[in-house]
Design a protein around this ligand. Structure first.
Ligand SMILES: Cc1ncc(COP(=O)(O)O)c(C=O)c1O
Length: 371
């Protein structure tokens, strides 16, 4: 028998979340961002549910090949563009659209021999200071691209650093509007946070929005707002079972380092899930978890293959009881991945992406039970 741990990818939730992003985006087209193997969900596993998107955005060329191998003929965008000149051959062959964020990428395009006109997204660095042309050199870059026979169409993009936070997007949006004024071409600026929080800011919709985390049911701005606030549903459930029970007396401790000490008699469930499954070791006592759909807490340290949970609120629980580490329980109760991530001092993105290869994954087609 395999260990009882399993991840489930919920197609109905993916469809719902994509639709939610589309509703926010109005007339804009929607890139479903599927980088990092669809945020850990698996490109092949999410594809059917997300094929209602207008395009797929990612950054690994091998992942772009996988999207094409699935039969997708629509737009595919490489968010970081190409990494070396020969990548352009694949762009030509598979008709991949690609970001252009630096002079070297324009040089490579200029030297690229192709009959295939390339569609490029010229990227402005509007303040994130990762990738993109500075506002002062943006127009020159656009003119260089426009003069190349290899380039068929130029779109314009930027990426926000603070769409999820107090600083917001106003300054970056103003820079983008200024730098792109009078330039033709489609625009794309909004990630999930901008699509959900700032969609009424002029220019944010643009022609394409680029939601990632929202598609997978994570709130882009947790803990300010949660997924339920944004009407998002978890697309991934990580579930396991109770494989051991311990009755503690006051003064008994649990796990490595004896970090949790019982102060009353209590029953502990030992769960087949640990950091080798992708559950964060930084989750400490108090991290929420569902047992048989009932909310309780982790106690003691996370170890490689096990966690220990307080069964006080679930006296009927026993060996084989269902444990939901994040996502949706059989009862329909939901534990947002963002809450678990918050307890570990990180974000839901990281937990989704870190699901370990040893965890078996199944796809559920049916709509999730309502909570
Ligand atoms: C350029 C770009 N656009 C869109 C996204 C999607 O962001 P999010 O998952 O926050 O919606 C990302 C992700 O980091 C990105 O790098």
């Amino acid at each position: 028998m395999p260990r009882p741990i399993q991840a489930t990818i919920h197609h109905a939730a993916l469809r719902h979340n994509l639709q939610r992003a589309r509703r926010a985006a109005g007339d804009a087209k929607v890139w479903a961002v599927v980088k990092a193997n669809a945020y850990g969900h698996g490109i092949e596993r999410v594809f059917e549910a997300l094929r209602g998107a207008d395009g797929f955005a990612l950054l690994d060329l091998a992942e772009a090949e996988r999207v094409r191998a699935l039969g997708w003929r629509g737009p595919v965008l490489l968010l970081e563009g190409v990494f070396e000149p020969r990548d352009l051959e694949l762009c030509s062959r598979l008709n991949l659209w690609h970001a252009v964020h630096c002079e070297a990428q324009i040089d490579w395009l200029a030297a690229h021999k192709t009959q295939q006109g390339h569609r490029v997204f010229l990227k402005l660095n509007s303040g994130m200071n990762r990738l993109g042309f500075a506002p002062a050199s943006f127009r020159t870059a656009w003119m260089r691209l426009d003069a190349l026979p290899q380039v068929e169409e130029i779109s314009l993009m930027t990426h926000f650093s603070d769409a999820d936070g107090a600083k917001g997007i106003a300054a970056q949006m103003a820079l983008f509007e200024e730098a792109t004024r009078d330039l033709p071409g489609e625009r794309s600026v909004a990630n999930s946070a901008a699509t959900l929080r700032h969609i009424d800011t002029a220019g944010v919709r643009g022609d394409w929005v680029r939601p990632g985390i929202a598609v997978y049911g994570g709130a882009p701005d947790h803990p300010v707002f949660n997924a339920a606030h944004w009407e998002l549903q978890p697309a991934m459930t990580l579930a396991s079972k109770v494989i051991g029970l311990q009755d503690l007396l006051p003064g008994d401790s649990v796990g490595y380092g004896s970090s949790f000490v019982a102060d009353t008699p209590m029953r502990i469930g030992v769960v087949a899930c640990g950091y080798a499954d992708g559950y964060p070791r930084h989750c400490g006592t108090g991290t929420p978890v569902l047992v048989d759909g009932v909310r309780t807490r982790l106690v003691g340290r996370v170890s490689m293959d096990m966690v220990t949970v307080d069964l006080t609120p679930v006296p009927q629980a026993g060996l084989g009881s269902e444990v939901t580490l994040w996502g949706r329980a059989g009862s329909g109760a939901v534990l947002p991945v963002d809450e678990v991530a918050f307890a570990a001092g990180t974000v839901g993105y990281e937990l989704m992406c870190a699901l370990a290869p040893r965890v078996p994954v199944v796809v559920a087609e049916e709509p999730p039970a309502s909570s």
